[in-house]
Design a protein around this ligand. Structure first.
Ligand code: MN
Length: 485
């Protein structure tokens, strides 16, 4: 049975700046409060908040979040109150626990509940992003122990995870967690398919194990010769749910998918990434068209790495992924990988979470559930691209956005008066689909009165669509007014 020492061990191993005595105190408080309470699995209740806090420590979250993780079910399930927590552990911890308690009340059922859940999640996120991390860690442990629950409840939780939690984790760039959330849900929603794929992938991995080991050793030797330091070289298998979806989408078999197994190399600098790629290509032949430079051209969701698939002996192929430690952390932990305290001592995440704030606006504006969901699907859950202004500012937009979406994102007036666009210094039509890394310049005509209504046929963002429509209404009134003059 895990106990508080296991949590302390993680804090020490990850070198977190956390008061261990306070962690012990919180654990004691929660343990006393939950005394006698059991999980459906028959374990004592405290195993759950402890596991939640352990995940939070693994994700390098701050002291308040870890403590709130230990205490997150206290007000809902025990005699102890919100106030008791605040008195002992401070306002910040109190607020985080309150946020979680509020989220806990909703159950997933039908579209109304679904959108209501999403709204609540986004309100909580906008108030403090850490609440969502606690909720993720809480859900992760609940998924791990789903076996103890009746089938219908298991499926409800798994479905809710796939439809709500995983897309949010994806959008926050926490792909490691997203993969875990999805794979646990997969297991309960499609048990047969899950078991089969898992067995097949494991078989494939063990069949390749000696080959991977051999390649790994050759690479280590070559890196020594070239005096390139590496931090990690290890094999990994693709997450099962994303593999399953890929097979379904392309209607294909496991053998035909190249990236089921990959060797991952983590080095110190971007220059080393390219050097390692060169070293590998000088020893093994790469498969043409399988060389991907996601460092120079990050994936729409921000993922960075170099990928290549090489031919090994006996006609076998292996994918190699090369990245820096920083890219690795960002790829695994997303927004959780980069936070710091500001001068006021409150936590700041480095990546812009403007979209979370936009969402709180959105949920006030749109009351219709279906419409709300549709705009969420486009503005939030769709993959994003990252493009540049001529000054080098990064703008993030939904995939397939056009120069008009970009223009309205910058300023309403730039959108209204747009006449042409230059993408990477080349004249491009206003309906061109932008790609990550593009630099966009919008050409405006200051005499232009209103936007072209035809743009509605291709714009992607709700902001652009709304503004174009709004202008069309206004221009009718303008016409009438002009007429009366
Ligand atoms: Mn819980």
């Amino acid at each position: 049975m895990p106990n508080v020492d296991d949590l302390i061990k993680i804090i020490e191993k990850e070198k977190l700046n956390v008061d261990k005595d306070l962690v012990r105190k919180a654990f004691k408080f929660a343990d006393d409060a939950h005394k006698g309470e059991m999980r459906a699995s028959g374990d004592s209740y405290i195993t759950h908040p402890l596991a939640t806090a352990m995940s939070l420590a693994k994700y390098h979250l701050d002291q308040d979040t870890i403590i709130a993780g230990i205490l997150h079910d206290v007000p809902e399930d025990t005699e102890r109150t919100q106030k008791d927590i605040e008195d002992r552990f401070g306002k910040e911890v109190g607020k985080l626990v309150e946020g979680i308690t509020k989220l806990g009340k909703l159950k997933y059922r039908g579209i109304e509940r679904y959108t209501e859940n999403l709204r609540k999640m986004f309100i909580a996120m906008a108030a403090d992003l850490r609440v969502i991390f606690i909720k993720f860690a809480d859900r992760l442990h609940n998924l791990k122990t789903l076996d103890a629950l009746p089938k219908a409840k298991r499926e409800r939780i798994a479905l809710e995870t796939l439809e709500i939690y995983a897309p949010i984790a994806n959008r926050l760039g926490i792909w490691q967690l997203k993969g875990k959330l999805e794979d646990y849900s997969f297991k309960y929603l499609y048990p047969k398919e899950y078991e089969k794929l898992k067995t097949d992938v494991e078989a494939k991995f063990s069949a390749r194990e000696s080959l991977l080991k051999e390649i790994r050793e050759k690479i280590i030797k070559a890196l020594k010769q070239e005096e390139i330091k590496y931090l990690e070289i290890s094999g990994r298998t693709k997450d099962l749910w994303s593999l399953y979806k890929k097979m379904q989408a392309h209607d294909t078999q496991l053998d035909r998918i190249y990236d089921v197994i990959a060797l991952r190399i983590v080095v110190e600098s971007v220059a080393d990434c390219y050097n390692v790629l060169g070293i590998i290509h000088s020893r093994w032949k790469p498969i043409p068209k399988r060389i991907k430079d996601y460092i120079a051209q990050p994936k729409p969701n921000g993922y960075q790495s170099l990928h290549t698939t090489i031919f090994c002996d006996r006609g076998k192929t292996v994918e190699i992924q090369i990245r820096t430690q920083e890219m690795h952390l960002t790829n695994e932990y997303g927004i959780a990988a980069h936070w710091h305290y500001d001068e006021q001592g409150s936590i700041q995440f480095e990546k812009d979470i403007q979209w979370v704030k936009d969402l709180t606006k959105l949920q006030k504006e749109i009351k219709d559930n279906k419409q709300y969901l549709d705009s969420l699907k486009i503005d939030v859950f769709q993959n994003r691209i990252f493009v540049f202004t001529p000054k080098g500012d990064v703008i993030d937009l939904p995939e397939d956005s056009t120069p008009i979406d970009f223009a309205y994102h910058i300023h309403t007036e730039i959108g209204d008066k747009a006449t042409a666009a230059r993408i990477n210094n080349q004249i491009a039509s206003l309906d061109t689909c932008l790609k990550s890394g593009d630099m966009i310049e919008v050409v405006t005509d200051k005499n232009r009165k209103s936007p072209n209504q035809d743009w509605l046929k291709f714009v992607k963002t709700r902001a652009a669509r709304d503004k174009i429509k709004m202008k069309s209404k206004k221009s009718v009134w303008d016409t009438i007014r002009d007429f009366r003059k």
